[in-house]
Ligand binder design. Sequence first.
Ligand SMILES: [Fe+2]
Ligand SMILES: [Fe+2]
Length: 256
Amino acid sequence: MKIAHISDIHCNFGTDFNEKLFDKAASMVNKVDADLIFISGDLTTDGLLPEYEFAKEKLKQIKGKLAIVPGNHDERNLGWKLFPEFFDDTDFIHSYDDITLIGLASSEPDRDDGRLGRGRHKRIEEGIKQKKTTILGFHHHVIPVPHSGRETNIIEDSGETLDIILKNEIPLVLMGHRHVPWAVKIHKTLLVNAGTFSCNRTRAHFGNTFNIIDVEDDEIEVTVVNIGKEKTKKMIEFDLSDGCCKNKYYDFKNNI
Ligand SMILES: [Fe+2]
Ligand SMILES: [Fe+2]
């Protein structure tokens, strides 16, 4: 299964959104011909109605099966009430051929940090019962992301969340929020962050990116697509059968 993992689009009418770059990025995603496009939140910048309308319109350019969770920016200004009107349920368990995708809203209205809470922890356990390859997706990160500034936004219950993920050997967790692409393997889990798709607030030379994730029977491979430079670079390979992981390909200095 091929997943295009997009995050932090930040549609707005100020300086955050780069519409020209979005248009280019959307056509690059369409060429990937992914089985699924997962968007891990921050579709807007302030959660405003015109921004939701704009984001909905722009997303029509991306063809394929979409699964979307909200980010902290989408929940600002009562935006949390708008998200389900425009993009369906904030929390879901979707079943594809051999994959279960559990999408969760990790944001709290008008706050930059987040939490999952006991209700969503239960939903993770519900999704796991389907006994397919489980993929978990939400906006915030569960452990600090390097090269993304000082840590202030990690989810409040990251310890409990990580405990559930690791104990259940969930192979893949998809997140965004920090505008930096990153991946790390812990025990039998690959934690993957997508960078920002079309926000002008990029960090150093990371630029605007999205991830392509190939999930095979026993292997997960993550490739970063640099939209501005039209270049791809493998970030990590994770062999589920022997737990071996290679992540030497992509880092702060070696990202194009
Ligand atoms: Fe963001
Ligand atoms: Fe965010």
